[in-house]
Design a protein around this ligand. Structure first.
Ligand SMILES: [Zn+2]
Ligand SMILES: [Zn+2]
Length: 477
């Protein structure tokens, strides 16, 4: 490949990115990514009505058209990873173009939602401010940023203990007093492995975002998942025993009733590879907004020089990686030569339908809120031996006593005590198969969960608003 290879699209500018074997200049590559996203944003009538600029016609007056434009509010969860930042950049460009083409009119409004844990707050606020004052400045009247504390998901007047009995895989719950409540941080640190931790955090975040979406009356939630991310999500769901959720997770064409009121989800980046999104970040000067994410320069013609004093990236031990990280590593590895495999996984996943419900009634999981389609406890009981071998002689008796006194034995003793308490005071509680597996990885196979969820819209601690007079923003409670 020559140094001065030309862009295959415009045939004039020098290539800066090579993707899917095609050389692109910066402008043509940005257009390529942007068009893929916009195609999804126009994928059906519902989304067209959201994003298009409405004008008065035979059916609607000028006021009605303007009301539709103002009422088309979308929610954009922002993780400050490359995908959500790029998605927001394309949305911002769309608004700018609309204002230019339609004499100041725009078809939609954006509400950005940032879920944070306290340790990240200052850094995320700085990044959000930078985004609003620099990148989104021209469209500040159409964009709002909200910050929600992930801990607020534990705000509830009532709590319940959800407990897994490992002899029968039965899940029971019983109400507990508010002073037994755990913080999200405590809950996460009580997980025995990173996969379980990631799984619970993901459940909590998704619930906050969807509830915020429903309570705020948004027309749609735009999820910034790349093709690669969706493929790793699909594979991870299968491994985590959550395959029955795939159909719902990828469904962009029907309403989602998970949180009572109907809501539409859209994955506008579903046709864009993660390496392409990362390349877009580099050529569009967006890397400064990323948080805890390192973009890959694999598609760039001129690689990003490594700083001389930079530490080589520490390779993660496979056994310490979460299921999602393992799936990601796999798809990262094949993106270059076998990117069609990735899109095939996503296309196949999107064709799946909900499984048949083998239960008498429609039930939702008490932890993740997904529909429960089969009795996971029953299934686990049938495939595992749950009773232990009886103690037969004095030697075994002595060994058992030594074990009982050990740290491990004490934890087990605590667990058994909790189990017998729950057998008396607890009630059978619907939990999906995936959550039964996760619950098994939490200390004492038990967690304290809010019985009623707080209002996410109300628990927003601050909104960023850019004033007209200055570059700094005000914080309102
Ligand atoms: Zn070009
Ligand atoms: Zn569940």
């Amino acid at each position: 490949m020559g140094i001065n290879q030309l862009c295959k699209r415009c045939k004039t500018a020098e290539a800066a990115v090579v993707s899917r074997k095609e050389p692109f200049c910066i402008a043509c590559f940005r257009k390529f990514v942007s068009l893929k996203q916009r195609k999804q944003m126009m994928s059906d009538q519902y989304f067209q009505d959201i994003f298009k600029v409405m004008y008065p016609d035979k059916k609607k007056t000028a006021e009605e058209a303007e009301r539709l434009n103002q009422g088309s509010r979308i929610l954009v969860p922002l993780s400050f990873g490359s995908s959500s930042i790029v998605m927001l950049d394309v949305l911002n460009d769309t608004l700018t173009e609309q204002r230019e083409m339609h004499r100041g009119k725009t078809g939609f409004r954006i509400d950005v939602l940032v879920c944070y844990l306290k340790d990240d707050l200052e850094e995320l606020k700085r990044k959000a401010e930078a985004l609003m004052t620099v990148k989104l400045r021209d469209n500040k009247n159409s964009v709002k940023v909200h910050l929600v504390d992930i801990e607020s998901s534990m705000n509830s007047p009532d709590f319940t203990r959800i407990h897994l009995q490992d002899s029968t895989y039965m899940v029971r719950n019983a109400s507990v007093s508010a002073n037994e409540a755990q913080s999200v941080k405590e809950l996460l640190s009580s997980c025995s492995n990173r996969s379980a931790r990631e799984d619970l955090l993901n459940i909590i975040k998704t619930a906050i975002i969807k509830r915020f979406g429903v309570q705020g009356g948004y027309k749609a939630i735009l999820w910034g998942h790349s093709t690669t991310r969706l493929a790793d999500e699909i594979m991870s769901l299968v491994v985590k025993g959550r395959a029955s959720q795939i159909a719902n997770a990828l469904n962009d064409s029907e309403e989602d009733f998970e949180y009572g009121e109907p809501l539409r989800n859209l994955h506008p980046m579903r046709d864009i590879l993660l390496s392409e999104i990362d390349a877009y970040c580099f050529v569009s000067d967006l890397t400064q907004y990323l948080h805890k994410y390192k973009p890959q320069d694999t598609l760039l013609v001129n690689k990003i020089p490594v700083a001389p004093d930079a530490q080589p990236p520490r390779a993660k031990l496979t056994k310490n990686m979460t299921i999602n990280e393992l799936a990601r590593q796999y798809f990262d590895g094949i993106e270059g030569s076998y990117s069609n495999v990735i899109s095939t996984v996503v296309r196949t996943g999107a064709k799946l339908d909900d499984p048949e419900n083998s239960l008498k009634s429609k039930v939702r999981c008490g932890i993740c809120n997904n529909t429960v389609f089969c009795d996971g406890s029953h299934w686990l009981r049938n495939i595992t031996v749950t009773s232990s071998h009886p103690i037969e002689d004095a030697e075994e008796e002595a060994m058992f006593r030594a074990w009982s006194a050990s740290e491990q034995g004490k934890v087990r003793g605590e667990y058994l005590k909790l189990t017998s308490e729950m057998e008396i005071s607890g009630h059978e509680f619907p939990v999906c198969y995936g959550c039964i597996l996760t619950l098994g990885e939490v200390k004492h196979k038990s967690l304290i969960w809010p019985s009623s969820q707080s209002n996410s819209v109300e628990s927003v601690i601050e909104d960023f608003i850019i004033s007209d007079e200055s570059d700094s923003e005000h914080e309102g409670h």
